[in-house]
Ligand binder design. Structure first.
Ligand SMILES: Cc1cc2nc3c(=O)[nH]c(=O)nc-3n(C[C@H](O)[C@H](O)[C@H](O)COP(=O)(O)OP(=O)(O)OC[C@H]3O[C@@H](n4cnc5c(N)ncnc54)[C@H](O)[C@@H]3O)c2cc1C
Length: 372
């Protein structure tokens, strides 16, 4: 059995920053990730990130992941790749490693940074091979170097849909159209402009009606929507495509928080059911924290800072930071977070902040110290 001060599940951007912050304070930290190399979503991102320099603006996602990983190792974090966490039993963690070997890890504090999963929508033919999440297509193309088709339809014009559409073009395939049910493009103008310049139509007030084909996708029907999202009769069009990518949102991965007994609530603006957590990212189970998309879907910079906050809070509760040191550090991180959430993309988080804090305190349960 392994023992550690702080166990972090998920080595995406939030897990890496949580690990760095806790180990910098002096805690022993184990970072567990199911991937061959940690980095989470970042290792699929070949585009340069936006935002502030402090959050690696202008650097490609996979390079950000590499830097954070090196930083974590330099600070003494024990990185455990190829390790899938199948169960949480208080602060005890069940792990399956390569070749099916089981391991048990017991931690004084646990930070869950399990990321998010792609949402789906239902339409006739949605189970046909060739219908997939946009993130799944991105993994196939950028990580495994496999182009899953030649002609793509993208459903959803948020940043994920737009970024993946452009990367499909870069990989040498065609994007026949992006359809968007809203009357406006959901993602950033800069991503949309790149596609429009390449001649890809972004059809707002349009949706997919069905996938066509026998045994695999051989086409798709799209149709227009009116201002009340009702189908416009006679507007159907057939598109010749062999892959349909769904980019219709992400939802937090809350299986492990649920297994650990953390209370949750539904917050549609943060992707769905979210583990309750307070201003330290601590859940209703004392000693168990969440960070990043797992705590509510936002973006990479906020994931980084929420990870740091959880790492600092975990180190403080183990006595590695004094009250004053922790207070200064957490105040600095919270100010950065407030700043990041100051714009239109932070509205949902701002609205949920007080409610999350109140409910977390109301449902807080003591730490059972890890049961076997
Ligand atoms: C296509 C796309 C484009 C994006 N572009 C941008 C952008 O330009 N700018 C931006 O700011 N953000 C962007 N993002 C969002 C950003 O990548 C995410 O918000 C951020 O990576 C979330 O980090 P995270 O640590 O919460 O989760 P993730 O990066 O998803 O990491 C979670 C990790 O946990 C691991 N894990 C989960 N469950 C287990 C388990 N049971 N056992 C072991 N390991 C587990 C996973 O394997 C994964 O490595 C983009 C996202 C996508 C999908």
């Amino acid at each position: 059995m392994l023992r550690t001060d702080v166990a972090i599940i998920g080595g995406g951007v939030s897990g890496l920053t949580a690990a760095i912050e806790a180990s910098k304070a002096g805690a022993t930290v184990h970072l567990i990730d199911e991937g061959a190399r940690p980095g989470g979503q970042l290792f699929k991102q070949i585009h340069k990130f936006f935002g502030s320099r402090r959050h690696y603006a202008g650097i490609r996602g996979f390079e950000i992941g590499e830097r954070l990983l090196q930083d974590a190792r330099k600070n003494g974090v024990e990185v455990v790749p190829n390790a899938f966490v199948f169960g949480m039993f208080g602060n005890g963690i069940g792990i399956i490693e390569a070749e099916g070997r089981g391991r048990w890890l017991e931690a004084k504090q646990v930070i869950l940074c399990c990321g998010a999963s792609e949402k789906g929508i239902l339409f006739p033919g949605w189970t046909l091979p060739g219908v997939m999440g946009a993130g799944a297509a991105q993994t196939l193309i950028n990580v495994h170097r496999v182009l899953p088709g030649k002609r793509f339809l993208i459903v959803g014009s948020g940043n994920v849909g737009l970024v993946v559409a452009y990367q499909i073009l870069q990989a040498g395939a065609d994007v026949v159209a992006v359809v968007e049910a809203l009357p406006r493009i959901g993602g950033w103008g800069v991503h949309a402009s790149k596609l429009l310049r390449c001649g890809v139509p972004i059809l707002t007030s349009h949706t997919i009606k069905g996938a066509l084909g026998r045994g695999k996708v051989e086409g798709a029907t799209i149709e227009a929507l009116d201002e009340k999202y009702r189908r416009v009769p006679g507007s159907e069009r057939r598109l010749e495509v062999n892959v349909i990518c769904l980019a219709v949102g992400l939802k937090p991965n809350i299986e492990l928080p649920l297994m650990a007994g953390c209370e949750t609530m539904f917050l549609g603006g943060l992707g769905g059911r979210v583990p309750l957590h307070d201003e330290n990212m601590e859940t209703t189970q004392a000693g168990i924290y969440v960070a990043g998309d797992c705590a509510g879907v936002e973006e990479a910079s906020t994931a980084m800072e929420s990870g740091r906050l959880a790492g600092a809070a975990a180190a403080e509760s183990l006595g590695y930071l004094s009250k004053d040191e922790a207070c200064d550090l957490k105040t600095e991180i919270r100010e950065v977070l407030d700043d990041l959430r100051g714009g239109p993309f932070g509205v949902e988080r701002r609205k949920a902040k007080t409610l999350l804090n109140q409910r977390t305190r109301a449902f807080r349960k003591p730490n059972n110290g890890g049961s076997e």
